[in-house]
Ligand binder design. Structure first.
Ligand code: NAG
Ligand code: NAG
Ligand code: NAG
Ligand code: NAG
Ligand code: NAG
Length: 753
């Protein structure tokens, strides 16, 4: 469906398109006939590497220097126009929910389709000269600290979940279903241990993340490995921070690991100005030239910023950098552009040439944005089944809170939406003619520094039969360069919520916005607040999806992809990168895998209007024998109770098994449901620092009221059951594993014989 704004948007796009196509010479692409087509780098019969090498052979040193920066200059002599490498979001496009909410759906298909839709819109805009094809998404740093302003951009705190999201999104964005070439290019960022903008004396520019080998292996690396190996990402971005004393972009071990061990093929870009920081903030290099030499040696191919443009020539003069090192970087860069078909001539004549502005904001994409919000929204509390409301039986509704009328619901880095309506507008629309609806903001804005508006809001609430309060945080409270200091609601928001709850005729419904976890323990315990719903940043269709959930058209199924900590967690230094708890110094650990303190809501929490029961099917294996499946020489026996998983065994596909679980919907409403399979390690065989429990797989299924459905979850023991020891080596404990879904258990014995 296209509303007024959306139609206007279409009209403008079509106008742009007509202008461009009527003067098509102004649309510049490399190798576009009639000029500049005779170079071998334009010859599509040659291999990508032959074409890349040929192009590099035609470049002067100055051309090369101007090609290693994100704002790459034109090379008119060769018919190459300028190119912007860094594309975060399109100028205008379908605004999907922010990633943290999309992750809450635990639905791989959805993640793939969203990646794919963004890819289509990018191609469409590229074909008319309005966008690049190289994207700096996804952000796959684990959401380690609840204060982090960019946690909203990530798929949450669990490495397995983040890994699954990364590979699906990247495959979608890069067009894994196309036979050849890259549809668009995706970038795994920020490699690695990056998730602090500013805390105490630390900023992202100077922070040295001290990370144990154990945490590196089982928390900070896996999402990147998956993004590269399963996703096939063609870009990797190194982060600002140091990892154990070496700036990530100058970290040969780290970048080398990706390139040689994980088989990364693509280009490595620095985060923006993360070459300059190697010298200017970290003082790791002694001069700008040394910084350039260090990052090139470590494997960086592209500098976001102008530092390499300014200092590489003198680095060469000083003998610190060889021109061949630039050629290597250029080879990686041009190879990705060639794989994207950027040197194949007029893109409108190529394999994706039919895409144009009419493929942006299509019904298909806006429906997908709606679907994503429906699937991601999490019902945190629902006492006495106050939700869903029945619009046929209600006479009046009051909506309170400054977020209720906000129309920008996309979070960080979102562009201009195809259409956007606030939560209040959607509620109005849905109840039009059926009940009276009123609104009061209560607070002037999200910061809510004053109680001036309280009386009006209380009065409005008093007069209504049901009350919905929309509170929470937005991008004025969290974002890039903006970590939070507190986890409680800003300003007087909680006071407003309590006052409204006290004054209302019935227990109220509280809707929370924002990406980061909130300490809303008092609301959770308050019997006058019957329901709490978290909508994250739900995107352009978020208001509609929420309305459908409130009125029971959609049965909520989202599950929290991160722990919600109490305010006391802010005593933990944000700079402490340890995942594991350390009672000796009062350190509580991080994420559901290690955190030992109390929580407001746990990882995976999320209610439905139905209850569910589970049963492991008898076809689920209860015994796996390694000996029969793995060649004996691959088993490096450390001692009798665990097996070392060496590099060749990272993926022991022959040992994979499926856990079959049947789910029964015990409610009156059909709905999606996420089956989350957790594992506990053999009791007799827990290594120092093992998590007590860990997600090993999940599956999202459709359930029908009072019916059961079977689903299977694939488990690869080497990937999902192995754990990192203190040296960062992966081992697979032998013995009896306990798998759980909800409160149902299944034992599986993993043995050698
Ligand atoms: C492109 O390369 C092929 C294979 O080397 C060659 O046969 C052909 O002549 C080349 N085409 C042009 C236009 O140079
Ligand atoms: C890119 O470079 C061109 C000239 O080389 C300059 O005019 C332009 O401002 C630059 N753009 C950005 C975003 O740095
Ligand atoms: C920040 O720096 C000040 C002055 O150098 C120092 O006294 C303080 O301990 C530092 N704080 C932290 C948390 O490192
Ligand atoms: C997963 O997402 C896809 C795409 O939106 C949807 O078609 C499918 O129904 C979803 N699965 C479940 C169980 O909700
Ligand atoms: C594992 O479970 C089996 C069957 O339940 C039991 O016989 C065996 O003793 C258990 N092994 C260990 C090490 O606990």
């Amino acid at each position: 469906m296209c509303n007024k704004h959306c139609n206007l948007f279409f009209f403008i796009l079509l106008l742009i398109f007509h202008l461009l196509s009527s003067q098509s010479l102004s649309l510049e692409f490399p190798c576009k006939p009639p000029r500049h087509t005779n170079y071998p780098f334009c010859n599509t019969s040659l291999t990508i590497s032959a074409r890349a090498r040929s192009l590099i052979s035609l470049l002067t040193l100055s051309d090369k220097l101007h090609s290693l920066t994100t704002n790459a200059s034109s090379i008119p002599r060769l018919g190459i126009p300028p190119y912007q490498w860094g594309n975060h979001a399109l100028h205008a496009a379908t605004t999907f929910p922010q990633v943290i909410l999309t992750a809450a759906s635990f639905n791989r298909t959805l993640w793939y389709l969203i990646g794919s839709a963004i890819g289509v819109e990018a191609r469409a805009m590229y074909n008319v000269g309005q966008a690049g094809l190289t994207f700096w998404s996804p952000n796959v740093n684990v959401f380690r600290d609840p204060r982090w302003g960019r946690g909203q951009e990530t798929p949450g705190e669990d490495p397995m979940l983040v890994s699954a999201y990364a590979s699906e999104f990247v495959r979608g964005l890069q067009g894994a279903s196309h036979d050849q070439g890259l549809f668009t290019s995706a970038c795994c960022k920020h490699f690695t241990a990056y998730d602090l903008n500013k805390w105490a004396n630390f900023t992202k520019y100077n922070f040295n993340a001290l990370v144990t080998q154990q945490d590196l292996e089982d928390t900070y690396l896996p999402p990147f490995r998956s993004c590269i190996q399963q996703g096939g990402a063609s870009c990797l971005m190194c982060s600002f921070n140091q990892v154990n004393g070496v700036p990530a972009c100058a970290n040969e071990d780290l970048l080398g690991l990706a390139r040689s061990k994980w088989g990364f093929q693509g280009y490595i870009t620095s985060d923006c100005d993360a070459v300059a920081t190697v010298y200017e903030y970290h003082k790791y290099a002694k001069s700008p030239e040394d910084a350039v030499a260090d990052v090139l040696r470590a494997g960086v191919d592209l500098n976001c910023g102008t530092y390499m443009l300014r200092h590489t020539q003198s680095a060469i003069k000083q003998g610190k950098v060889e021109e061949e090192e630039l050629d290597r970087a250029l080879f990686n860069l041009f190879s990705v552009q060639l794989r994207l078909g950027m040197f194949d001539g007029d893109p409108r004549k190529g394999q994706f040439g039919k895409l144009g502005p009419w493929n942006v904001c299509t019904t298909e994409h806006t429906t997908l944005a709606l679907e994503a919000a429906r699937q991601g929204i999490v019902l945190l509390k629902n006492e006495n089944k106050i939700l869903p409301l029945d619009r046929g039986f209600i006479t009046s509704l009051a909506v309170i809170g400054p977020m209720a009328t906000e129309t920008k619901l996309g979070g960080d880095y979102s562009g201009v939406a195809c259409s956007s309506r606030s939560i209040y507008e959607e509620l109005q629309e849905f109840t039009k003619g059926l009940l009276s609806i009123s609104y009061a903001s209560g607070c002037h804005d999200i910061a809510c520094q004053s109680v001036e508006g309280f009386n009006e809001a209380i009065q409005t609430a008093k007069e209504a039969e049901y009350v919905i309060i929309v509170a929470g945080i937005d991008t004025t409270q969290e974002g890039e360069d903006h970590d939070r200091a507190s986890l409680v609601l800003p300003g007087e928001q909680m006071a407003l919520i309590s006052a409204i709850a006290d004054a209302s005729k019935r227990p109220v419904i509280l809707v929370l916005t924002g990406g980061g976890p909130l300490d809303v323990l008092s609301a959770d315990r308050n019997p006058l607040i019957a329901s709490i719903v978290w909508v994250g940043y739900p995107g352009e269709a978020g208001g509609k999806a929420l309305t459908e959930i409130i009125f029971g058209l959609v049965n909520p199924a989202g599950r929290l992809p991160m722990t919600w900590y109490p305010e006391s967690f802010t005593n933990v230094p944000m700079s402490d990168m340890n995942m594991r708890a350390d009672p000796s110094r009062g350190y509580p650990g991080r994420t559901y895998r290690f955190y030992t303190g109390t929580r407001v809501y746990g990882f995976g929490h999320g209610l439905s209007y139905s209850a569910f029961s589970y049963k492991f099917s008898s076809s689920s294996p209860s015994k796996i024998s390694l000996y029969t499946s793995v060649k004996a020489d691959k088993l490096l026996l450390e001692d009798v109770d665990h097996v070392l998983v060496d590099d060749d065994m990272q993926d022991c596909s022959t040992l994979r098994f499926e856990m079959q679980v049947s789910v029964m919907n015990l409610g009156d409403l059909d709905g999606s449901h996420v089956v989350m399979l957790f594992s506990r390690w053999p009791n007799n065989n827990v290594l120092e620092g093992s998590p007590t429990t860990q997600l090993v797989g999940f599956s999202s299924v459709h359930t029908v009221s009072y019916e059961s459905i079977e689903t299977s979850i694939l488990v690869d023991p080497c990937q999902h059951l192995s754990i990192a020891d203190e040296k960062g080596k992966r081992v697979l404990p032998l013995g009896n594993y306990t798998f759980t879904v909800g409160d149902t258990h299944h034992t599986l014995s993993l043995q050698i014989y």
